[in-house]
Design a protein around this ligand. Structure first.
Ligand code: DAH
Length: 354
């Protein structure tokens, strides 16, 4: 063995090891230049053959060409192996039937929508027809027709979002103030104007109030208004209807309280509350009842005879009851939510619970 054949053997050994370690096209190309390129290691040996004596030239030449053939074949093989590996991994990405499926996120109804529908289901079974009305309302309906005149202190009960523009009013008044309705009660008047008794309607809808928010107050809220006008309707009908509704909504163990209250459009007026679901009823730091033990759900009462008369009905013959409840308040009780602001904050982690 000459020095040169030793050198060829060591080039072969090192080159094959280096090729096996080459992991991408760039590494393979660098390898090719270093070993088989114009000034590569093996090329250098082949070039030097001319300077050897005849016998050695034959042996070294044959050996160098044999190794060149081996390395070129190894190069092709390595390229092919890398190409196949790359293909296999993209195919695996495209379709690996053993991967667990990605869960599909199912849509759901907003909790307030769910609760509004439950409220209305009960009233529909009790014989009420569901109707809707405008969110942008005239001052005349939101307040005037409900016996809440301009400059009357009762207006302070509803902090109002007013529009800058004024429109033509119902009585031809050129400058009728426009607002976002503060309650669904104006629909009592709108419906009575267009329909004859007997009347049984439930009116769901959004209302807006320009007020500071806390755990039980929001500037946007949903209400469901009730109106029943007929001959012989009494406070007992109001109480019975609301009690039956509460029993179907909350079950028999929730306590319902009616207490005296004032609203300009009813006489007498009541406030309807349920016992606190958050605390034992005497915790002054309770965000829901503040220690009172009760959460107010709605206002209600016997429709004021002046309002019945103003729509052209004989108040001696027709009487009626009305109620307006906060859907979010009902949802708080049903779903055990202690802060009303969570409902419209649109945090998917909150909404996904219902
Ligand atoms: N509209 C009142 C409010 O938003 C609630 C209310 C009270 C509605 C008495 C009624 C009622 O129908 O009779 O605060």
């Amino acid at each position: 063995m000459s020095e040169t054949t030793d050198r060829i053997a060591s080039i072969e050994r090192d080159a094959l090891a280096a090729l096996a370690a080459a992991e991408d096209d760039a590494a393979i190309e660098a390898w090719r230049t270093r070993v088989l390129g114009r000034s590569g290691e093996l090329t250098g040996v082949l070039r030097g053959i001319g300077g050897l004596d005849a016998d050695e030239r034959k042996v070294v030449g044959a050996e160098a060409n044999r190794v060149k053939g081996i390395l070129e074949a190894a190069l092709d093989e390595r390229r092919e192996a890398l190409r196949r590996a790359a293909l296999a991994s993209t195919e695996a990405d495209a379709l690996d039937v053993t991967l667990p499926g990605r869960p599909l996120r199912r849509g759901r109804l907003h909790p307030i929508t769910q609760v509004r529908r439950r409220i209305l289901d009960v009233f529909e079974r009790l014989g009420f027809q569901v109707i809707e009305g405008p969110e942008v309302e005239l001052d005349a309906y939101n307040f005037g027709a409900l016996r809440i005149p301009e400059h009357h202190p009762a207006r302070d009960m509803w902090d109002t979002f007013w529009f800058d523009e004024e429109v033509q009013g119902p009585d031809g008044n050129e400058r009728a103030p426009l607002l976002l309705r503060t309650h669904t009660s104006p629909m009592q008047v709108r419906f009575m104007q267009e329909h004859e008794p007997p009347i049984r309607v439930a009116v769901p809808g959004k209302c807006y109030r320009y007020e500071a928010t806390d755990a039980t107050h929001e500037w946007m809220l949903e209400q469901v208004e009730l109106l029943a006008i007929d001959e012989g309707i009494s406070m007992a009908n109001l109480k019975g209807t609301l009690q039956e509704w509460a029993r179907q909504m909350f079950g028999p163990s929730r306590k319902v309280m009616l207490r005296n209250s004032y609203f300009p459009f009813v006489e007498p007026g009541v406030e309807v509350a349920v016992d606190c679901f958050q605390c034992p009823g005497d915790d002054p730091s309770c965000p829901v009842c503040r220690g009172s033990g009760w959460l107010e759900l709605m206002g209600a009462g016997m429709v004021h005879p002046e309002i019945i008369a103003a729509q052209g009905y004989d108040p001696e013959r027709y009487t009626g009851f009305a109620a307006g409840m906060g859907v979010e308040r009902v949802a708080m009780v049903l779903l055990g939510v202690s802060d009303i602001r969570d409902f419209h904050a649109n945090d998917p982690r909150f909404l996904a619970q219902f």
